[in-house]
Design a protein around this ligand. Structure first.
Ligand code: SF4
Length: 352
């Protein structure tokens, strides 16, 4: 089933109260302030993960995608409004033709953290070292199995687990901050490997984060019964390694942290998006590869910033557009509620 190409609402967001523009920050009507900008720089991917994309999904024409300078125009406005962290996502961002340019441009800005989420299939030491030198802080890898047979079944690609583990080593050897490994936890799929992932965390001092399966798959096969909850995940890991829960220092963290009771290196995290939503402390804003400003991962409303970018919009105009967009941010995702509506876009067209 072809993923419908999203028809962006080219109208500008409704105006936020004038006072919001005077504040000079990105704040929503629920008093949450945005510091973290997630930019999907391409919808293209060399994987077809079963919980994300269908083999027949079509990609956007290149002219629809934002250019590197358009991204930086948005970033400069966001930084002027208090954003301190930028995460590059996709699709698969390492496929983006001018990724080096974007990372070095970000590296020249006043940012506390420049992160990127990757499937780890296309990393090499030279490129990774160049990104680090340009300012990249950390990498987050998506890896849902440690078994080669399942890797092929999940990703529908030729990339092996061994390739991704090699990329994780490259990140460590390059001196990037400790990598995070995101594992989408799916019932009757990979829960028999959760304790193996904990072994990996201990062996390589990694931050393994289990993500509760969210209804963002373009195949729309998500069901509540396929969600493995935080409680279950921790029970499964604890069967092999005793864990101690400690709240993260960062109040906006999406992950709940568990440490090995025997003091072993590594950490276990759970992103309990479905069973313990963390929306009240959300400080994130997203921009998609073709310029849709999405106040929430589960937004069913988004605002197309391209007309402004491509018709002489000034720095102040872009700031105003972002402030107005953030003001429309919904309180949370309402998964499980009667009125919950799965977004038209799949995860690959939003970016994590
Ligand atoms: S669902 Fe939306 S509001 Fe909730 S944490 Fe995610 S982005 Fe934030």
């Amino acid at each position: 089933m072809d993923q419908p190409l999203p028809q962006l609402d080219s109208t500008s967001p409704p105006a936020a109260p004038e006072a919001e523009h005077a504040h000079g920050v990105l704040r929503d009507s629920h008093e949450r302030v945005i510091h973290d900008l997630r930019m999907s720089i391409t919808d293209r991917c060399n994987f077809r993960c079963v919980y994300c994309m269908e083999p027949g999904d079509r990609f956007l024409p290149k002219r629809a995608l934002l250019s590197a300078s358009e991204y930086m125009t948005i970033v400069d406005a966001a930084i002027a409004l208090g954003v301190r962290k930028v995460r590059l996502t996709g699709g698969e961002p390492t496929l983006y033709p001018v990724l080096d340019t974007i990372i070095s441009e970000l590296g020249r800005r006043n940012l506390d953290d420049i992160a990127m989420t990757t499937n780890g299939s296309l990393l090499d030491p030279t490129r990774t070292a160049r990104w680090k030198a340009a300012g990249l802080t950390r990498l987050t890898f998506s890896l849902d199995t440690l078994r080669e047979d399942r890797m092929t079944a999940i990703t529908r690609s030729k990339t092996r687990v061994a390739d991704v583990l090699r990329s994780i080593d490259v990140a460590a050897e390059t001196g990037l901050a400790r990598s995070k490994i995101n594992v989408v936890a799916m019932r009757n799929f990979n829960e028999d490997e959760f304790a193996d992932f904990a072994d990996l965390a201990r062996e390589r001092d990694l931050d393994i984060r289990f993500i509760e399966f969210m209804p963002l798959d373009s195949g729309r096969s998500w069901k509540p019964g396929r969600v493995v909850s935080e409680t279950e995940i921790i029970e499964m890991v604890s069967a092999r390694h005793a864990l101690q829960h400690r709240d993260p220092k960062n109040p906006h963290s999406t992950s709940r942290h568990y440490y090995f009771a025997d003091g072993a290196p590594g950490r276990i995290g759970v992103i309990p998006s479905v069973t313990r939503p963390f929306c009240a402390a959300c400080n994130r804003l997203r921009v998609t590869a073709e310029g849709a400003v999405r106040p929430c991962l589960f937004s069913n409303t988004e605002w197309d910033i391209r007309p402004l970018l491509r018709n002489g919009g000034t720095h102040e105009d872009i700031k105003r557009f972002l402030v107005d967009s953030v003001w429309t941010k919904q309180a949370g995702h309402s998964i499980g509620a009667k009125d919950f509506q799965q977004p038209d876009r799949g995860m690959s067209a939003i970016g994590g």
